[in-house]
Write a protein of this length. Sequence first.
Length: 277
Amino acid sequence: MELYDQISYDFSKRLTRKYSTSFSLGIHMLDSKFHDSIYAIYGFVRVADEIVDTFHQHDKEKLFRRFCEDTYLALDNGISTNPILNSFQDTVNKFKIDRKLIDAFLKSMEMDLSFSKYEESSYEEYIYGSAEVVGLMCLKVFCQGDEKNYEKLVAPARSLGSAFQKINFLRDFKSDFAERGRVYFPGIDFNNFTNDQKKEIEKEIEKEFNDAWKGVIKLPNGSKLGVSVAYIYYVTLFKKIRRIPANKIKSERIRINNIQKIILLIQTWFRYNLRLI
């Protein structure tokens, strides 16, 4: 059983590294005691997202229903023959991650199967479920049972998840519309997206980043550096997006290249060790 659990975590780690160099770099900067559990959370989230976003040649609704059923069976039984779900259930049960967070995440993924445009209420629900709760799952791991500290950090963790997701929406503005027919921002017409509308979204993101940083600097030992790397990566991406007009956002995906990522990683490591973070 112990061997199977470790193999399950290895699956999640391999999947994470294949799908996201940025997230993998952030995890690498966490204390090693957090690695397996954060890989497990990312692996679970990534598989769900892939089902609703890329499995176009298959019955996505059927596959997603089965994935949800298998998730809850794994959580209830404390085991799964799916290694990604097995590592996830082990993490959830070990750190007592609230089932409501998982419910909210799966609900937001289900919304992607049928929603192409979002009103204000569904937009907020989607961001909470698709991003904020993922941060809260990770926070549960970082706090290691310290509920008092967890509750203090919930609000900034939610702000961080929301900021990250809105930047993802801007970064993927073109592909979300071209490949999936989606526009996440309420009241926004893809073909008539203006600089003024973009600036309003950026104001929201800037405020959320400011609120989030107050929590990042108070994170438990072992988690602060890794989260800081992710924070600074997204702030850098945000600055790049801000310099680009709305019409260009509609025509290309904005990226931070791998060399820049390594530089940001080194700079953040030095700032952390000089106690500037």
